[in-house]
Design a protein. Structure first.
Length: 302
């Protein structure tokens, strides 16, 4: 690099000399001094720049410090362990406050808030509708009950349609049925008896899948979630471990088991699963939206 710079500087000098010889005899004698000054300054300027740059480098090495950055790095700590919990809490607050406020307003606004739930994508819609059902105004109760029945009928119709579309040679049709069951459960519209009846329908479909697709991850995870709803925690854990055993290089089983332990704040059990995930699954195969929380669980600083 030094030799290249020296060659370029020599060429620079040759161009200056050539320009000087060409121009010096074409200028009036009283202006030749200006040309000489310009050429000399052009020759010295690159050297001056190198000297000043070297001095700046030496000064920076002698007096510069990264203490401020280090102090800042120690000050800013991203130690939010329950990140998913905070995100869910924030989402719940954003969704619930407007509905609660609307129910304290005039009848028209209460009616609109109830009808809005028919097209919203909120989970646990039944919880919000219950605010309307418990309201003192009879019209608000009527609209809440009407919306609830409408939503219930819609979910039930969608579920029946997915049942009719089940095709033993197309695993996607089973996945869609499982997703529809999950959506119905997340709606909050089902009471304990309704959840039990839905699980019975889901159980029959999962039994078919077990025979047709014994290694399907969606099926196994659905069985684990159903076991949790029925209070069979050890059975759920065994299903999650089955996912890991069948597909050890895929992240799904590890993430499902970590999520299970995370929701129960079982930090001791999370460690071995995290270690197994890191040693068995390629980094690029882990969904990006899960990487941050995994790093927090590992105690990472970056």
């Amino acid at each position: 690099m030094t030799a290249l710079l020296l060659i370029l500087y020599v060429l620079h000098l040759l161009l200056i000399v050539l320009a000087y010889r060409v121009l010096v005899f074409r200028l009036p004698e009283q202006e030749r001094g200006i040309l000489t000054f310009v050429c000399l300054f052009s020759a010295v300027l690159p050297l001056l720049g190198e000297v000043l740059g070297g001095l700046a480098y030496l000064i920076s090495r002698r007096f510069a410090s990264s203490d401020t950055l280090l102090d800042y790095d120690e000050y800013v700590q991203f130690d939010v362990m329950n990140l998913e919990g905070l995100q869910q809490q924030a989402a719940d607050n954003m969704e619930m406050v407007p509905i609660k406020e609307a129910l304290n307003m005039d009848a028209k606004r209460r009616k609109q808030s109830m009808i809005h739930l028919t097209t919203s994508s909120l989970k646990e819609t039944g919880k919000y509708l219950q605010y309307g059902l418990d309201h003192d105004d009879s019209e608000t109760v009527h609209y809440a009950a009407t919306v609830r029945n409408s939503l219930f009928d819609r979910y039930e119709a969608n579920l029946r349609l997915r049942e009719q579309q089940l095709n033993p040679v197309d695993v996607t049709t089973y996945h869609l049925f499982i997703q529809e069951c999950k959506t119905f459960l997340d709606s909050g519209l089902l009471d304990e008896g309704g959840i039990g009846r839905l699980d019975e329908r889901l159980h029959l479909v999962l039994e078919q899948m077990r025979a047709l697709y014994p290694t399907d991850l969606v099926r196994i995870e659905a069985e684990a979630e159903m076991a949790i709803r029925q209070g069979e925690e050890e059975k759920a854990i065994s299903f999650y471990k089955e996912m890991i055993q069948i597909h050890p290089t895929l992240p799904d089983g590890y993430l499902a088991l970590i999520r299970y332990y995370f929701q129960r704040q079982d930090w001791t059990s999370i460690g071995p699963v995290l270690h197994q995930l890191r040693t068995t699954v390629a980094e690029e195969d882990i969904p990006e939206e899960h990487r941050f929380i995994l790093e927090r669980l590992e105690g990472g600083d970056q």
